[in-house]
Design a protein around this ligand. Structure first.
Ligand code: UDP
Length: 313
């Protein structure tokens, strides 16, 4: 039986690189694409000498030309941190729109499975809590986060259109806040921000009152859910995330406790349209994928802190 080939866009990013490693480990040939606007080639260094892995610097908003057989296309290319997509709103919109169109085109041409990395941001500042896949969301299309939220809503819409019109074999994962090794100290997201601030004895920057909530999923749990989703035949969106819900202040205290840091907490203004609450309802994933996260926030933070510490020494 020949090995399967997977094309992963955004493969040098945080989630894309872990997924690449996992699929190579499962025996796939992985063709990794990334334009490195926010991804880092070092994230893929563990695969450098792997025969079943190739990397090409490519911008997915341009036509994707792959020779030979492709069994799966996993579209993970996007700017994903609010700070990054505020800096590059047009590239964010293009990755979600043109990029998804090109990735779907590749999947269709190769008769490959397609998996879209969508996001809990499609729910915006949700009025329903926790969020089920049936909820349509509460998004400000013209606000500063609109570039990301609407690009992902478009990417879901075009995936469904390709399914309906071209019978493309699509899947949609709605990814909730995920954290772990290979995030960047300066990427602006709350977990790496707090850990790096704590390790450097700088103040932890809590935006607003810190009463807003998020649910944090450790990367290994997320990748497990993603692989299971790839292996089922189900085209409606599936929430992947950890239903444990914490305020940002609770997260700050936990990071201070686990690092033993003496850092203070400072308040900064709450960014525009920052969602007040977020927690996935994962009933569908539990039933369909027999999946639920196993790693508690404290344990995942331990591992992530250890990784950041090892990079400093
Ligand atoms: N946040 C914070 N301090 C930081 C970075 C983020 O208080 O240094 C807050 C942010 O306002 C948001 C939450 O943490 O309410 C999660 O932010 P992140 O950028 O990680 O992801 P989001 O879920 O907003 O996309």
């Amino acid at each position: 039986m020949p090995k399967k080939t997977a094309v992963i866009t955004g493969a040098a990013g945080f989630i894309g690189s872990h997924l690449s490693q996992r699929l190579v480990g499962e025996g796939f040939y992985v063709i990794a694409l990334d334009n490195l606007i926010t991804g880092h080639i070092e994230n893929l260094s563990c695969l450098r000498n792997e025969k079943r892995f190739t990397f090409t610097k490519h911008d997915v908003t341009k036509f994707i030309d792959i020779k030979g057989r492709v069994d799966c296309v996993l579209h993970f290319a996007s700017l994903a941190s609010p700070e990054d997509y505020l800096k590059f709103p047009i590239q964010t919109l293009k990755a979600g729109s043109l990029g998804t169109h090109n990735a779907l085109g590749l999947a269709l041409a190769k008769k490959a499975k397609f998996l879209l990395a969508s996001t809990s941001e499609v729910y915006g500042d949700p009025k329903e809590h926790p969020q089920k896949e049936s909820y349509w969301g509460h998004v400000n299309p013209i606000g500063v986060r609109g570039c990301y939220d609407e690009s992902k809503r478009f990417s879901e819409a075009i995936s469904m259109a390709y399914r309906r019109i071209h019978k493309a074999d699509t899947r949609i994962a709605r990814i909730f806040n995920t954290y772990g090794p290979r995030m960047c100290c300066d990427d602006g997201r709350v977990v790496p921000n707090f850990i790096c601030q704590a390790l450097d004895n700088r103040p932890l920057t809590v935006y607003g009152k810190g009463a807003q909530t998020r649910s944090f999923c450790y990367i290994d749990d997320l990748v497990e859910g993603m692989v299971r989703l790839l292996n089922v035949n189900f085209y409606e969106p599936v929430n992947l995330g950890n239903p444990g819900e914490f305020t940002i202040l609770e997260l700050a205290s936990l990071v201070l406790k686990l690092t033993g840091s003496k850092s203070k907490i400072v308040r900064k203004p709450l960014p525009q349209d920052d969602p007040r609450q977020r927690r996935p309802d994962i009933t569908r994933a539990k039933r369909l994928l027999k999946w639920q996260p196993k790693i508690k926030l404290e344990d995942g933070l331990h591992r992530t802190i250890a990784w950041f510490e090892s990079r400093k020494s």
